[in-house]
Design a protein around this ligand. Structure first.
Ligand SMILES: [Zn+2]
Length: 358
């Protein structure tokens, strides 16, 4: 009879949680386990050796729910240890699988950012209480007034006429856009532009009104902004960036990102513009409002064309044109390329407006 061992092991009797220090020996076909309060003989065929998982001790299941734990390097002197067929071991031993799962994680993250985050942002945006959105709008406008805008120089009669047009459009709106307010500001560096602040404030700059001349075209741009309000694009944009920012912060363990997200809201509204999808959605909404008030969707195309002609190097976002004028002198920058790549070209939107008019 061949003998192997003894080896040191831990033994649990299956009835109590007490751990017994034991010595295990193999004698022929018998596994002998001996300790201060343990004396046991188990036929080898009744010792069920579990596959090893990483560097953890190997588990040997014994009759009566008893359990023997031993280091793999020791135990293999007594009993063969089966190769793991478990996922964890396969991942450890196959680099290919590791890279495949890494690719899976990257793909899942991409899908999450591409579809999950916008979905979550839309769902959350619809549940933000209106008064909270109005607070955000008020604070954002205050900040913009502090560093970008100044008081409008439009004549009171012109303002009154545009407000009447705005009220007419709003009269055909439902939901979030139905209670919208219109504000005029001198756009300063921002120039000809219009914004929809979450909570229901549309801001039009003097420069936009002056550039478009025709109030009906201004109305078309305002209808587009009402579309952003109706679909809560502002809140959704903020939420999307915040969710991604917070996730990055969580992953990188950098809390300063959170501060950046919170402080950067007004800046983000002005500079990053909206996504292609948001612009299309707001355009479609504008066509509907224009038609509901006996106007042609073509007005929006004409307005965009005028804005485009004023700054041919730029394409339009919500933000029919949102570049500070002095930046245009330096030709396209990396930022412009990013902007071009994420915003539909104005010619495309002009064509869409023409098509909607037919
Ligand atoms: Zn827009």
């Amino acid at each position: 009879v061949t003998t192997a061992g003894p080896i040191a092991a831990d033994f649990f009797d299956g009835r109590s949680s007490a751990r017994h220090l034991v010595q295990a020996t193999r004698e022929g076909n018998l596994l002998r386990i001996a300790g201060a309060a343990v004396a046991l003989e188990v036929p080898v065929e009744h010792a069920n050796v579990q596959p090893r998982i990483g560097r953890t001790p190997v588990r040997v299941l014994l009759p009566g729910n008893a359990l023997l734990l031993a280091e793999a390097t020791e135990l293999e002197r007594l009993l063969p240890i089966p190769r793991s067929r478990g996922l964890a071991h396969r991942l450890e031993s196959h680099l290919g699988a590791v890279f495949a799962s890494l690719a899976g994680v990257v793909a899942a993250a991409w899908l999450f950012v591409q579809f999950g985050v916008p979905w979550a942002a839309r769902e959350i945006a619809q549940r933000i209480p209106p008064e909270m959105e109005r607070d955000i709008a008020t604070q954002s406008l205050n900040q913009l007034d502090g560093y970008v805008f100044s008081r409008s120089n439009l004549l009171p009669e012109r303002q009154a006429k545009l407000r009447a047009l705005f009220a007419e459009l709003r009269g055909s709106a439902r939901g979030a856009a139905a209670n919208a307010q219109l504000e005029f500001r001198d756009g300063g560096l921002i120039g000809a532009n219009a914004f929809a602040l979450p909570g229901g404030t549309v801001v039009a700059t003097d420069q936009l009104v002056v550039l478009l001349r025709d109030d009906e075209r201004v109305a078309a741009v305002l209808a587009h902004e009402l579309g952003h309000l109706e679909h809560r694009h502002g809140s959704r944009q903020i939420l999307q960036s915040s969710i991604i920012g917070l996730l990055s912060a969580a992953i990188a363990g950098d809390a300063s990102t959170l501060t950046t997200v919170v402080v950067g809201l007004p800046t983000m509204l002005i500079h990053s513009g909206y996504s292609r999808d948001f612009e299309r959605e707001a355009d479609r909404y504008a066509y509907g409002l224009l038609e509901a008030t006996q106007r042609s969707p073509r007005l929006l195309g004409e307005a965009l064309e005028q804005l485009e002609n004023a700054h041919p190097a730029r394409t339009s976002s919500c933000s029919p044109d949102d570049a500070p004028p002095q930046r245009k002198r330096h030709g396209p920058t990396a930022e412009d390329l990013g902007y071009l790549s994420t915003h539909p070209a104005t010619p495309e939107r002009i064509r869409d407006a023409e098509a909607a008019a037919r």
